[in-house]
Design a protein around this ligand. Structure first.
Ligand code: RUQ
Ligand code: CUA
Length: 665
């Protein structure tokens, strides 16, 4: 009786502690001295009109599903790229060509939650070719081409529920990885099970997606693990190249009230994955082929069209069976960030509820594995003795550590959500060197190249969850915010605040020249346009009826459409406007919109063909026009479509510059 009572009491106390910590988590504290230190050194952010920024900054858009591109140090917004989102500004997800990009095994999914961006690397250095983004809801990885700043490819991930620990890459972009946040029964097993059979039926899967020379992605293999929540990851580099490190929480395997039930254990894990070994096992036939269903969507720059293919199988390696591909390193209190320093020797785990930061040593990890310094196993995976892999702990760094980046000079910078600060510390000695408040409740941070072998340690950007009093208020929802710090000296100095789009999670940055000079596309050559409905000159403009489908082969050039008068459309018709922009010059898009379309506009780049589907539902005259101010006579860039009743005798005719024959009146 007594011991039972004590157990209950213990559980109760633990619950209270967690709840208190939990609510501190939600509310967070405002740093002391917030008034004096908050002004900033804004002239360092000044980039004179007409001058360029030093860095491109690629910032996740969180629940907007987008990725935004800023300049550093000015904080100027250059572009918002739709990734897992529809965007009426650019017609993304509205034009017929782009719709397949958002296809999944669940059908068209026009939204997601993009948390992390990751630039491609060569030899562990950012190379300016692509930036990857993850979808946290319906698990996907996207590749954005930095020659076009467009989403070029999206691959869905089977056997996953939530893809949070993604899209981190290996040092030559051999792989981009994904780890399931919500463990679920594998798609190849019966998923119709009781939720409280989590421990038995729910599994974790981590995915290794191969990246080819042109960036093309291919799901090479998955590793099945016990059901836990994988949170973040980073690849080894240099000496630890060949390994990947994933933080995980909910090793309690709770399926309800995780804020309490997944916070019971003192330590969860960082899972070290020997992916080179996994590759060997894959080659030697140790993987099981499992039948699943996932979409793989690709953009084709010649046809300006996406295709979506549904794939049906995946190779799965079992971590419990193949003992030397995965090892669990104990890590205090629900680790979130998992970051590897530029040398590849130190692995930093950030326990959201921990009051210290453990730093693990890759060399020690290797010798612990060799001499089998294990502490039992977790679901068949060997658990390394904590001390055996530990380099040391940063003591009293702050409250609620989340993420760490590096400056390449032996310093690490960690964000603290609860105590709202960035703390600089020495990787080897583990001594705290400096701390600055953030406004407020910082999540991720970004140093250009800060998770690569070669950081450009000049600026640090903190991405904050809460802004409270930092900007003019805008109703119930306030701006999310980034803050730039100058880290070139011993002490960090606040430079600038700037608002962001959606909730910023991770961001990456690269020297501007690397991307500016990467062979960016200025316009598409009209001769190379292989779109099946392209009209490569006004002479090719025409309107073709196929049953109730009407295809308009339309051209646009400053400042008219051809054709610009169309008659003979009838109720019940489905009209496709295939608009080819004939311009062959940089920065001359034309837009296209028609009254009453339950769709977006088109924004057509020079040399490109894009299609708007329109189903008119009223009889009458429908104006259409160019939406992008393209010349002094942009307002003249317009036309009319006549819609007649179903069964009308009005023949299908079109023209530009002349009136249609009298017979059509
Ligand atoms: S998360 S605020 Cu979704 Cu990367 Cu840490
Ligand atoms: Cu074309 Cu305005």
């Amino acid at each position: 009786m007594v011991s039972n009572f004590n157990k209950m009491k213990n559980k109760f106390v633990k619950t209270i502690v967690v709840l208190v910590l939990g609510s501190a988590f939600f509310t967070s504290c405002k740093p002391k001295n917030s008034s004096d230190a908050s002004a900033g050194d804004a002239e360092k952010a000044y980039v004179a009109p007409g001058k360029y920024d030093e860095f491109y900054n690629f910032v996740s858009g969180g629940f907007s599903g987008q990725l935004s591109v800023y300049g550093l140090p000015s904080g100027r917004l250059f572009r918002v790229i739709p990734v897992f989102s529809v965007d009426p500004e650019k017609g993304w997800g509205y034009s017929e060509e782009t719709k397949p990009m958002l296809n999944t095994s669940h059908g068209f999914v026009p939204w997601d939650d993009l948390h992390h961006t990751e630039l491609s690397q060569t030899n562990g250095e950012v190379d300016g070719r692509w930036v990857f983004g993850n979808a946290n809801n319906t698990p996907r990885i996207a590749r954005i081409d930095l020659k076009t700043f467009k989403t070029a490819e999206i691959i869905e991930l089977p056997n996953s529920g939530g893809n949070h620990s993604s899209p981190f890459i290996t040092e030559n972009t051999e792989y981009v990885v994904a780890g399931t946040r919500f463990s679920v029964p594998g798609d190849y097993s019966n998923g119709d099970v009781a939720i409280n059979t989590y421990k038995e039926n729910f599994k974790g899967h981590i995915s290794f997606v191969k990246v080819g020379k042109e960036g093309e992605m291919d799901l090479a293999f998955q590793i099945v693990t016990p059901g836990v929540n994988f949170d973040l990851s980073h690849a080894g580099k240099g000496k630890s190249h060949g390994w990947f490190f994933f933080s995980c929480y909910n090793t309690e395997q709770a399926n309800t009230l995780l804020e309490v039930n997944a916070s019971q254990k003192d330590k969860d894990f960082i899972m070290a994955v020997n992916w080179k070994k996994a590759e060997e096992y894959l080659k030697s036939g140790k993987a099981k082929k499992q039948s699943v269903k996932y979409a793989h969507n690709k953009w084709n720059e010649k046809t300006h069209t996406a295709t979506s293919e549904i794939k049906n199988e995946v190779m799965v390696l079992d971590a419990a069976e193949l003992k030397d591909i995965c090892y669990m390193i104990p890590c205090p209190k629900s680790p979130h960030g998992c970051d590897v320093d530029p040398t590849g020797e130190y692995i930093v785990g950030s326990g959201k509820l921990a009051a210290l930061i453990p730093v693990f040593s890759f060399d020690k990890l290797m010798s612990a594995i060799q001499s089998k310094k294990f502490d039992g196993n977790y679901g068949g995976i060997n658990v390394i003795k904590y001390e055996a892999a530990l380099h040391g702990e940063v003591q009293k760094p702050g409250l609620g550590p989340l993420h760490t980046e590096f400056d390449g000079k032996g310093n690490a910078y960690t964000t603290f959500f609860v105590s709202s600060e960035v703390v600089k510390w020495d990787i080897k000695s583990l001594k705290v060197l400096d701390r600055v408040p953030t406004y407020y409740s910082v999540g991720h941070l970004c140093i250009p190249g800060g998770d690569s072998k070669k950081p450009f340690g000049k600026y640090l950007v903190a991405y904050n969850k809460i802004t409270k009093d930092r900007y003019l208020p805008t109703g119930p929802e306030l701006a999310q915010s980034a803050q730039i710090f100058d880290i070139s000296g011993d002490k960090m100095k606040l430079v600038l605040d700037f608002p962001t789009i959606g909730e910023p999670h991770y961001a990456q940055a690269a020297p501007a020249d690397l991307i500016r000079n990467n062979g960016q596309i200025k316009f598409y050559k009209i001769a190379d346009n292989n779109h099946p409905y392209a009209a490569k000159g006004e002479k090719e403009a025409k309107v073709v009826r196929q049953g109730n489908q009407v295809h308009v082969y339309m051209t646009s050039i400053r400042s008219h459409f051809a054709p610009d008068n169309i008659e003979g459309i009838k109720l019940g018709d489905v009209v496709y406007f295939h608009v080819t922009n004939l311009e062959q010059d940089w920065d001359v898009p034309h837009g296209f919109a028609v009254k009453g379309a339950d769709n977006g506009e088109l924004l057509i780049m020079p040399g490109e063909t894009t299609t708007l589907k329109w189903v008119p539902n009223k009889v009458g005259i429908f104006p259409m026009y160019c939406t992008d101010f393209c010349s002094a006579l942009h307002q003249e860039m317009q036309g009319y479509v006549r819609v007649s009743p179903a069964g009308s005798a009005v023949p299908l005719t079109w023209s530009v510059g002349t009136n249609l024959p009298a017979a059509t009146k």
